[in-house]
Design a protein around this ligand. Structure first.
Ligand SMILES: [Zn+2]
Length: 418
């Protein structure tokens, strides 16, 4: 399989860079359990490296380095998230000036270069900031400043560790996300190696695992780069919101529900089926370099709203709070061994009446997957054509265009006389 498999946030570490309230045995057991599941990569947020002055390493940086060494010794590769600009308010003990200002960007670039160089042995890929299309993660910076930050951070990472992969990642594909992708692929400061994306189709967005076909085609069209899926997930519990609730303006966190659902809804069994179907598509795509499941374990409280019962932030894990494997853990293991349950993926197509004589299961499943992939590309191209049509219509109706047409009329008459 050319696509690597990983999990997000495998440890309950603190922003200080150490593991929160866990003894060595607990960490070792988890590492062993992850290895058994076939996890190859882990995705971690990396703390700000400096304390007091540029170049003076912080405790968080040193503690985190020890943690990374542990992953490295266990055979895992790490994709590191460079520090969130929003984190400067809490943890950067350095005068970096106004976020997004010239001094801030200079220090950020140097911090990224420093991290990439110092962690070169342990961190094989970097994402610059993360999900900066969301205001929550880029605040207090503007959209323009966040684009500049990703360019400068990417350039720092590539100077610090030229062999490490560098890219950026957006949450979903809202208008800001699309604008940022288009401004960064390509840009004048750094050539990114891959494009990152997150997808929770059937939970935070409509759709399901099959939505990936179109999403991958759109990313390829926008950036021309291989894709790493930094977060793909499906909680194992949670009621879907009603249409009225979605239209109310209140968030799913406030309702303690999830905006959308796929098939039968959110249950441990459906989570496992979702994972297998999503990874069947992702690992079978020639455009995908790697995919991370969000996340390794359930959480006691929602990372977003802090409520213990909120399904959005507590029920995404492959293992539960007691580290007990959920059905999705076993599905991940099957995927990692390449042993997909093909008849569960295509129950109708495998009915005897629909089989071509003598066709092997794997050949049939691959043929079906290829047909889906092509349908995704067609859907993407159709979307582009429709949006260009709409833009053309808007342009035709605009005042400058109408004025121009008015002024061109005498010229056109002159031309036709000749
Ligand atoms: Zn929540």
């Amino acid at each position: 399989m050319s696509c690597f498999l990983g999990v997000c946030h495998p440890l309950r570490y603190t922003t200080g860079g150490d593991v929160a309230g866990e003894d060595d045995n607990a960490v070792e057991n988890r590492i062993e359990q992850m290895r058994r599941a076939g996890v190859e990569w882990v995705l971690c947020d990396i703390p700000f490296p400096f304390d007091g002055a540029v170049g003076r390493a912080s405790d968080a940086f040193c503690n985190f380095g020890a943690l990374l060494q542990r992953w490295h010794r266990a055979g895992f590769k790490v994709l590191g998230v460079t520090p969130y600009p929003a984190g400067f308010e809490e943890g950067w003990s350095i005068d970096a000036g106004r976020p997004g200002g010239a001094k801030f960007l200079r220090i950020y670039e140097e911090a990224c270069r420093f991290l990439a160089a110092e962690y070169a042995e342990t961190v094989g890929a970097w994402v610059i900031g993360n999900q900066l299309n969301l205001e929550r993660f880029r605040r207090p910076m503007t959209e323009d400043e966040a684009v500049e930050l990703m360019k400068r951070g990417g350039s720092g990472v590539k100077r610090g560790s030229p062999d490490a992969l560098a890219g950026i990642n957006m949450f979903g594909s809202d208008r800001t996300a699309r604008r940022m992708y288009l401004r960064l692929y390509p840009n004048d400061a750094v050539e990114f190696d891959y494009v990152g994306t997150n997808g929770f189709f059937g939970t935070y967005d409509p759709g399901g695992p099959d939505t990936w076909h179109e999403q991958l085609a759109v990313l390829k069209e926008m950036t021309g780069k291989p894709v790493i899926v930094l977060e793909c997930g499906y909680p194992s519990r949670g009621e879907p919101m009603t249409d009225d609730e979605r239209a109310s303006g209140r968030t799913h966190h406030e309702y303690g529900k999830l905006p959308f659902m796929w098939r039968e809804g959110h249950s441990p069994e459906e989570q496992a089926a979702y994972l297998e179907r999503a990874f069947w598509i992702l690992t079978g795509s020639p455009d995908v370099k790697g995919a991370f499941w969000f996340s390794w374990s359930d959480r006691p409280k929602c990372w977003n709203c802090g409520r213990p019962g909120c399904p959005a932030g507590t029920a995404n894990g492959l293992v539960d709070l007691d580290e007990k494997p959920k059905p999705a853990y076993h599905a991940f293991g099957r995927v990692a061994r390449g042993k997909f349950d093909l008849r569960a993926l295509y129950p109708e197509e495998f009915a005897p009446a629909r089989r071509e004589a003598g066709e092997e299961d794997v050949a049939l499943a691959r043929r079906l997957l290829e047909a889906e992939r092509l349908r995704g590309e067609v859907a993407c191209l159709r979307r582009i054509l429709v949006s260009r049509d709409a833009r053309l219509e808007r342009m035709r109706a605009s005042l400058p265009f109408r004025l121009l047409r008015f002024l061109m009329r005498p010229l056109a008459r002159l031309a036709s006389r000749r």
